[in-house]
Design a protein around this ligand. Structure first.
Ligand SMILES: NC(=O)c1ccc[n+]([C@@H]2O[C@H](COP(=O)([O-])OP(=O)(O)OC[C@H]3O[C@@H](n4cnc5c(N)ncnc54)[C@H](O)[C@@H]3O)[C@@H](O)[C@H]2O)c1
Length: 309
């Protein structure tokens, strides 16, 4: 069986770490693309030289053009500027929209029917740009945010209860921004609902820290933003698709009426398999939760409206 082909656009922190985790897991051959001359080539060569030690046979190629990406099964788009301290995701909107739009156009010249996983911020708005530019059906354009946000929440829960991260599931919906909607009621530890294990004030702290998860790391790093956990989140999504796992993961998906939201990318639980998003799972929500999701969707809509102007 021929190996799958995964292109990662942007060979910066998130892109290169994603490439590393992809080949570590031998999920396919990897093409890294960046505008900086030598960067994707150098990182690909370096990762290729780790292969004999780590024992992977995945091939890596770095390029400043798109020819090498031809016939990719999945294209991960991480190109763009990361957030700087004090800079909101919204500040990045126009610059990154230009980058994601032009990258998507190049990708589509060489791959007929790829699945796009968008990482560049502001995430939900960039998914719109990529879907519009690519002309791909909605199930083939997926945003990475919820897997990362819920992993952060899982870590904070596990740390606070001193239990294995493997015992913890957590649920974060909505846009990838300050209005994201962590749902403690749907978060569990070994199947036990979180509200049965932690007092409300402790849960509120975890929710707040999850909401600020990205900003906390930006303020510590001072230059650049998080990339280990974001890359791990992308790779979980790639694996679910390439192995047709039918895994339910929180993803930014294009909604057409689900959750009362129309024609907007918003984070919801989605089943990932070989066709991309194969189903959007709808859960019951309280009035407060639904209101928070609507507020989050409205924040995404504002960004999309700015782009439409
Ligand atoms: N969705 C999420 O949860 C999430 C998490 C982390 C980071 N991000 C976002 O991912 C993006 C990348 O973050 P990073 O830390 O890897 O940044 P980075 O600066 O380390 O890497 C970005 C790379 O993109 C390249 N690039 C810029 N314009 C390009 C173009 N037109 N074509 C090809 N490559 C181009 C740059 O040269 C750079 O190497 C940022 O927008 C960041 O905000 C999103």
């Amino acid at each position: 069986m021929a190996r799958k082909k995964i292109t990662v656009v942007g060979a910066g922190n998130v892109g290169a770490t994603t490439a590393q985790r992809l080949v570590d897991k031998e999920l396919g051959d990897v093409v890294m693309i960046d505008i900086i001359e030598g960067l994707p080539q150098g990182k690909s060569l370096d990762l290729s030289q780790a292969a004999p030690i780590e024992g992977y046979d995945s091939r890596l190629v770095g390029s400043n053009g798109y020819k090498e990406s031809a016939d990719s099964d999945i294209v991960v788009i991480t190109s763009g500027l990361p957030r700087k301290p004090g800079m909101s995701r919204d500040d990045l909107l126009r610059t990154n929209a230009g980058i994601v739009g032009s990258v998507t156009a190049e990708v589509m010249k060489y791959s007929r029917n790829p699945i796009l996983i968008i990482v560049s911020n502001p995430l939900d708005a960039m998914c719109h740009v990529a879907m519009k530019q690519s002309g791909l059906p909605k199930e083939r354009v997926i945003g990475m945010a919820g897997v990362l946000d819920s992993a952060r929440m899982r870590y904070f829960i596990a740390d606070s209860l001193n239990v294995s991260v493997e015992n913890v599931t957590a649920f974060v919906l909505g846009g990838h921004g300050d209005t994201m909607v962590p749902l403690p009621r749907y978060s569990t530890v070994a199947g036990i609902p979180l509200p049965d294990l932690l007092p409300k004030d402790k849960i509120d702290q975890i929710v707040e820290r999850t909401r600020n998860g990205g900003a906390e790391i930006v303020s510590l790093l001072k230059t650049g933003s998080a990339y280990y956990a974001p890359a791990a989140a992308v790779v979980e999504m790639v694996e679910a698709i390439l192995k047709d796992k039918k895994k339910i993961l929180p993803c930014a998906a294009y909604l057409e009426g689900e959750y009362g939201i129309n024609r907007l990318f918003v984070g919801v639980p989605a089943k990932l398999g070989e066709r991309g998003i194969e189903e959007i799972i709808q859960i019951n929500m309280t009035t407060d939760e639904r209101t928070a999701l609507q507020r989050s969707a409205a924040a995404v809509q504002e960004l999309v409206d700015v782009l439409g102007r």
